[in-house]
Design a protein around this ligand. Structure first.
Ligand SMILES: *Cc1c(COP(=O)(O)O)cnc(C)c1O
Length: 393
């Protein structure tokens, strides 16, 4: 499915300035070597266990299941991984690769700060220098995560260009990389030029591998549905990937419909975008008729991105996966529902998936099984949710 040049069908590739090509070639080669290196994966597995806390549990959500009165809902608890989200899987994998390549200076971008925190943690643990680019708007919205990164020794650089959010932070990180080819760019999702989409997926696929073993051990069969939220698409592809050949398992990605798809204020390129190029990769993107990238909106910073990983574009066109979108209001409902029925406060990103899974479960019979990827915990979102609900803290 993925060819030598890093395409997934028509999507993917390396749409970057000439000067970046040698650096991408170096990275592709290093990753190809690491992929076949048993020692590399042994290190990844040992640290995943002892540092990140893997395997994360697969939990039968009885309260939520009972509330919906239909299909059984299981939660893959990435919210229990170190630093509070699935982002640590990829940060750890790439941190180990950077170290193997002899790189000492690591750069990363971050939106809500979750990837920045994961990158900062891994760099502190591996003894690497870490610089995190973050949009000015996000620095203000997520000041707690900025402080967390600094506590772990990372330098946070504020980006004041464009919409001053994730897209601009990535632009700035790429600019840094072009001028500092000895630097390692630790990209946070399955986006960007090859080899990132496939490499990040391989590190996140640990989620799906564990899920498969756990659901077989607990129920003796595969789930009927797997539901995950889609920003760049890394937690979704991570849980989907090991199930791609299990054709009876339906894979459902949930994008952010923001204030509604019709409003234009959303972050749903698979639902409402067109094919284009963003950050070095060809995929569905939100753009105007002149090809300019459109402003996006989502209540969850982690889903607030105008592009999506190229493999998802391929899975959409080939219909192996289905994509839907959930609004801000619905996500806030999902957020509160999980707290009340399970005593788990999810991040706003997977709250989109929770809402959709709960809706689905209601109309399915009790024999059916839905697994939701609970990609992260909600601590980072307390201020935002309180404000949305009109609560004074
Ligand atoms: C970053 C983030 C996301 C969105 O990124 P993907 O690459 O689409 O997974 C989703 N959930 C959480 C908790 C995140 O931190």
């Amino acid at each position: 499915m993925k060819d030598e040049r890093g395409y997934f069908g028509d999507y993917g590739g390396q749409f970057v300035p000439e000067t970046l090509m040698p650096v991408l070639d170096e990275l592709s080669q290093a990753y190809r070597k690491a992929k076949d290196d048993k020692d590399f994966w042994r290190q990844f597995e040992t640290l995943s266990r002892d540092y990140s806390g893997r395997p994360t549990p697969l939990y039968l959500a009885k309260g939520l299941t009972q509330h919906c009165g239909g299909a059984r809902i299981f939660l893959k608890r990435e919210d229990l991984a170190h630093t509070g989200a699935h982002k640590i899987n990829n940060a750890l994998g790439q941190g180990l690769l950077a170290k193997k390549m002899g790189k000492r200076r690591i750069i990363a971008e971050t939106g809500a700060g979750q990837h920045g925190v994961a990158a900062a943690a891994v760099c502190a643990m591996l003894g690497l220098d870490c610089i995190v680019y973050m949009g000015e708007e996000d620095v203000q919205r997520q000041s707690l995560n900025v402080f967390r990164m600094r506590l772990m020794g990372a330098e946070v650089r504020t980006v004041s260009s464009g919409s001053r959010t994730l897209k601009d932070a990535i632009n700035e990180a790429i600019r840094d990389w072009v001028t500092n080819p000895d630097t390692y760019y630790l990209l946070g999702s399955v986006v960007g030029p090859a080899p990132y989409p496939a490499m990040v997926r391989d590190f996140q696929a640990v989620i799906g591998k564990e899920t498969k073993e756990q659901i077989l051990a607990q129920t003796k069969r595969l789930p009927n549905y797997i539901v995950a939220c889609v920003g760049g698409g890394s937690n979704a592809i991570g849980i989907f990937y090991p199930f791609l050949d299990d054709k009876d398992v339906r894979l459902i990605g949930v994008e952010a419909a923001g204030r509604g798809i019709e409003s234009g204020q959303h972050a749903a390129p698979l639902m409402a975008g067109t094919v284009g190029v963003l950050h070095g990769t060809k995929s569905y993107v939100l753009q105007d008729e002149g090809g300019q990238i459109r402003e996006t909106h989502s209540v969850s910073a982690g889903l607030d991105y105008p592009g999506v990983g190229p493999e998802h574009s391929y899975l959409k066109d080939s219909r192996r996966a289905e994509y839907v979108a959930v609004t801000d209001q619905e996500a806030l409902e999902g957020f509160q529902l999980l707290g009340k029925t399970e005593g788990i406060v999810p991040a706003l990103e997977p709250a989109h998936a929770i809402y959709h899974a709960a809706q689905m479960a209601k109309s399915l019979d009790k024999e059916q099984i839905i697994v939701v990827n609970l990609s992260g915990r909600g601590d980072k979102d307390m201020d935002i949710v309180a404000k949305e609900l009109g609560v004074e803290l």
